[in-house]
Design a protein around this ligand. Structure first.
Ligand code: PBG
Length: 323
């Protein structure tokens, strides 16, 4: 048999490569994380996450205007509160930092999708994502607090609420409190398969949310497990999640793939702080080309099956895609 199959034909020119490309990134795929702080005229670059900032409310609008002009359609907000206590009560203040940011943004940019991260770790003095009692994280006591936070975010005008705490039953609890209070249209993007990962290091510096004692392994998932991830996603869907998330992204592309193969609802992936910081650091040393590596990473996350990518490169990547 004269077998003469030439796969290189489909790579022989830019035109044919563009025609057969299976995965195309657009700015509409991205969600940009933003860190909001109290105070005035603050736009401090986060040392371990270059080109990302702590922003006071008066500087938030200009930053979001820039994102919108680049074609970014969604942001996820993280707040650094004025005070911390044992139960994280500053997380559900009506005029808390996140609540104020949501209100301001929805007023100024009604089309922008405003997502709020829902967790207690930035707000508790011990830095854990739940209520701590005798060295243990109390699941159901935490749910009561998360429900209050969710309601305060919905009241402020959030479009989607994204619980990242990894407590059992939180999606059902949040769905119930939202529905009972007339917020049926507010969606839930659940951090369903959130792993206990060392890739969150730079974020914890940025959000001042590292746990004082112990770690998060009693609630976040073991990196070694994938069946468990599917079980977590299945549960969140049954409890009413509109979007499921895998986090981190890069070391978990297999989990993203399984999520998109197994479940017919949108899959988000969180390209986390450590994944960003290591490329930035290598690029600063001249060891990697940031733009090429970042676009390759983002493409791989989408190719694996993510419909939505939360990434600190959202704005840079949107700019590169326009070039
Ligand atoms: C809060 C939260 C974390 C991240 C998002 N939400 C940190 C953590 O769980 O320790 C990590 C984001 C990142 O690393 O970019 N629970």
């Amino acid at each position: 048999m004269d077998l003469n199959i030439r796969p290189r034909r489909l790579r022989s020119s830019q035109g044919i490569r563009d025609l057969v490309r299976e995965t195309n990134l657009t700015a509409a795929d991205f969600v940009k994380p933003l860190f909001v702080v109290n105070g005035q005229n603050i736009r401090d670059e986060i040392p371990s996450m270059p080109a990302n900032y702590h922003l006071s409310l008066d500087n938030l609008e200009a930053e979001v205007q820039r994102l919108v002009e680049l074609g970014i359609k969604a942001v996820i907000l993280f707040g650094l509160p004025e005070y911390k206590d044992a139960e994280g009560s500053s997380a559900w203040q009506q005029d808390g930092i996140v609540q104020q940011a949501v209100k301001g943004l929805k007023k100024k940019f009604p089309e922008l999708l405003v997502i709020t991260d829902l967790c207690l770790c930035q707000y508790t003095d011990h830095g854990h994502c739940g209520i701590l009692e005798a060295g243990k994280i109390k699941n159901d006591a935490t749910l009561e607090r998360l429900a209050k936070v969710a309601l305060s975010h919905a009241e402020a005008g959030a479009d989607l609420i994204a619980p990242s705490d990894m407590m059992d039953g939180r999606v059902a609890k949040i769905r119930q409190v939202l529905d009972q209070n007339g917020f049926k249209e507010v969606g839930i993007m659940a951090y369903s398969a959130k792993y206990h990962s060392a890739f969150y290091g730079p974020f914890r510096d940025a959000a001042h949310s590292a746990p004082g004692e112990g770690d998060r392994s009693s609630y976040q998932m073991d990196a070694a497990n994938s069946d468990e991830a599917l079980r977590e996603m299945e549960l969140d869907i049954a409890e009413g999640a509109d979007i499921i998330m895998v986090k981190p992204a890069l070391s978990y592309l297999d989990i993203i793939k399984q999520a998109s193969d197994n479940f017919k609802l949108p899959v988000a992936a969180y390209n986390v702080s450590g994944e960003y910081a290591m490329v930035k650091a290598a690029a600063e040393k001249g060891w990697l080309d940031e733009k090429s590596v970042a676009l390759e990473i983002l493409t791989s996350i989408k190719r694996a099956g993510a419909d939505i990518i939360i990434t600190y490169w959202a704005d840079s990547a949107a700019g590169w895609l326009k070039e």
